[in-house]
Design a protein around this ligand. Structure first.
Ligand SMILES: [Zn+2]
Length: 491
């Protein structure tokens, strides 16, 4: 564990491959005849480099559409392991070769493989693909082939990978105009909802019920439109779990709207009766009682609470606004590719953030860095709760800096996108920026910082800060620098 290797957390991907399988190759997914209009290398490269969010939406869709066959080997591999294929996708890189082939583990020349120049990298030979794919089919073939390769990182066999490739190629073929989700439109819609909710809440606080009602009416309509934007016939912006959770949000919003319609608006009596009829004498009903899939709904046992006062309504709308906030942050990360985090809207802050168990002052007594350099003059770190915020503060001789380590509602500007714990004595957070395989920043380098804190005794600790630089250029090696600090804890 002392040896510093990149793989500590970056190479978490199961490479449990069937040693005998012939990895990679468009050959598995069709082709054969020579194209009339061979594709250009630059087109293939462009499609591949913009494909990551698209692949995410296809995998979301694949999960959604196969949710009733969860016992199949492929479903288990893609969606039921320690990491899902969507989570794995975010850490993969792409090595697009313009003048040479890719190779299988045995050295056979192929169009694509999971053996790129660097770790966690998909190799794609634009050269080979251009010789066999027609211009009109570039998008379909390249995206389906990439899906095939990503699935290998989840341990899919060649047959399973070809199955996924074919299925996605089929969907792309049949989706025509429906194969595109406009992230800008989704961002815009989510932000609008968040701002409208904030306005409604502040109007409710001022008891301006008419204004609140009109705004909530709009929000109610716009939320339905958002659903349309994020679910096309073939594409899902959110994963199965998150879509299901969105359904819970939608129902809570719906009954908030009905409640307020019973107080304000022109049909108050009708809505009052409707509300009363729904809840009868109970304090809540279950989502499963009302939702489309009933008891099969992932969140069937979640309660929709009865609202008894404007104060209750405000609390419910605050909750909805926080959920929308999370989605705004998620959406930005997808569209600007700041290493998107995983939405965990169904978990509480306490569950999500083990750092709350590590509050205190940590005095540094000794330090060292892996490259032999002198660490900075860090004297102390503090983990403190200030109002709603959880702060990680580093105090140096002449300066200090604080980071917000919070997950309940994400800070869209902070790139803290993973918080966790390896065991009860350890916590960590990861900040990532950039990404070599992205929608908008094709050639940006990635920087990853992992901060982990371990209680090594009753009053002693070790703080480890790993800085990883992942160059987007295949000929520039990745580098890792680790600094370790030890000392004593004051609670
Ligand atoms: Zn393969």
């Amino acid at each position: 564990m002392k040896k510093i290797i990149l793989s500590i957390f970056y190479i978490f991907i199961s490479q449990n491959l069937n040693a005998n399988s012939d990895i990679g190759g468009m050959d598995g997914g069709g082709g054969g005849t020579l194209p009339t209009n061979p594709a250009h290398i630059f087109e293939i490269k462009a499609v591949a480099e913009e494909s990551r969010p698209t692949l995410l939406f296809w995998f979301n869709r694949y999960e959604y559409s196969s949710r009733y066959s969860q016992n199949t080997a492929i479903y288990q591999k893609l969606f039921k392991g320690k990491k899902t294929i969507q989570q794995t996708l975010k850490s993969l890189r792409l090595d697009v070769r313009e003048d040479k082939p890719c190779f299988t583990s045995k050295g056979t020349e192929v169009d694509g493989s999971i053996y790129g120049t660097k770790a966690n990298t998909i190799c794609l030979s634009a050269l080979r693909i251009s010789q066999k794919v027609d211009q009109a089919l570039v998008r379909r073939e390249v995206i389906a082939l990439l899906a095939h390769e990503v699935s290998h990182f989840m341990g899919s066999t060649e047959e399973e990978a070809v199955e996924i490739q074919k299925s996605i190629a089929f969907d792309i073929n049949n989706s025509e105009r429906n194969d595109y989700i406009d992230s800008d439109a989704v961002n815009y819609s989510l932000e609008g909802l968040r701002n409208d909710l904030a306005e409604t809440i502040s109007n409710l606080i001022k008891n301006e019920l008419d204004h609140s009602y009109k705004k909530l009416d709009q929000i109610h309509t716009n939320f339905q439109k958002l659903w349309g934007l994020t679910h096309t016939v073939f594409f899902n912006y959110f994963g199965y779990r998150e879509s299901s959770y969105e359904d819970l949000i939608r129902h809570k919003l719906h009954w908030s709207y009905i409640y307020l319609s019973g107080i304000s608006g022109s049909n108050a009596i009708y809505f009052q009766e409707k509300y009363k009829e729904q809840f009868k004498d109970k304090d809540y009903f279950l989502l499963g009682d009302e939702a489309l899939y009933g008891a099969d709904h992932l969140y069937a046992s979640e309660k929709i609470q009865k609202i008894n006062s404007i104060k209750d309504l405000i609390l419910q709308l605050e909750w909805i606004k926080n959920q929308i906030d999370l989605r705004v942050a998620y959406s930005y990360q997808i569209s600007f590719d700041v290493k998107w985090f995983d939405l965990k809207g169904d978990q509480t802050e306490a569950k999500l953030n083990p750092w709350t168990q590590f509050l205190g002052r940590y005095t540094i007594q000794s330090s060292k860095c892996s490259d032999g350099s002198t660490p900075n003059d860090k004297k102390e770190i503090k983990i403190e709760q200030k109002n709603e915020s959880l702060l990680f503060t580093q105090i140096n001789t002449h300066s200090s800096s604080s980071e917000l380590i919070k997950t309940g509602s994400y800070n869209t500007n902070a790139y803290v996108n993973e918080i966790g714990s390896d065991n009860e004595n350890n916590v960590y957070f990861i900040k990532e920026s950039g990404g070599a395989w992205s929608q908008r920043q094709y050639f940006s380098d990635s920087r990853v910082e992992k901060v982990s804190l371990e209680k090594t005794g009753t009053n002693t600790f070790q703080l480890k800060i790993e800085n990883i630089f992942l160059s987007s250029k295949m000929n520039i090696p990745d580098t890792t620098k680790v600094c370790e600090y030890t000392g004593s804890i004051e609670h």
